[in-house]
Design a protein. Structure first.
Length: 139
């Protein structure tokens, strides 16, 4: 873990922003714990996914305000894109076909040496094919 930071995936953020919609309070509680401890960070694809689902201008502005205090780990590094592309043969060899956005987010975590907190089984699958420090409350 770099600086003890944790990259929080969209799947976990959604449970934080809309806890009643998902019924998984432990995920929302973990996001809150990471944010309050100063260990939460994000990357541009996560920002975009959340912004795209904001629904209205007021929600979008609130989200942007909330994220303005978090650390950004940018995808604008060549190694991240190369690492993401290089991950696909290992995934395919093990019989996995995963969304490009998830592989990119996993590559951000790998590049920066971050732990990835999520609520998406695709990351568990990715971690079986490539080295990825990740955790969730999924079984």
């Amino acid at each position: 873990m770099t600086d003890g930071l944790t990259l929080i995936d969209t799947s976990a953020w959604l449970r934080f922003f809309e806890p009643g919609a998902y019924g998984e309070p432990e995920v929302a509680d973990e996001v809150e714990r990471l944010v309050l401890s100063g260990r939460a960070c994000y990357t541009e694809p996560i920002y975009l996914e959340i912004a795209a689902g904001a629904g209205d201008e007021k929600t979008l502005q609130g989200f942007k305000r909330d994220f303005s205090v978090l650390m950004l780990k940018s995808v604008c590094v060549q190694d991240i894109w190369t690492r993401a592309a290089d991950s696909y043969p290992a995934l395919v060899k093990k019989g996995f076909r995963k969304k490009a956005i998830d592989v990119l987010i996993a590559s951000v975590a790998r590049h920066y040496g971050l732990t990835l907190f999520h609520h998406d089984s695709d990351y568990q699958t990715i971690a079986r094919a490539v080295e990825l420090d990740q955790y969730s409350f999924l079984e």
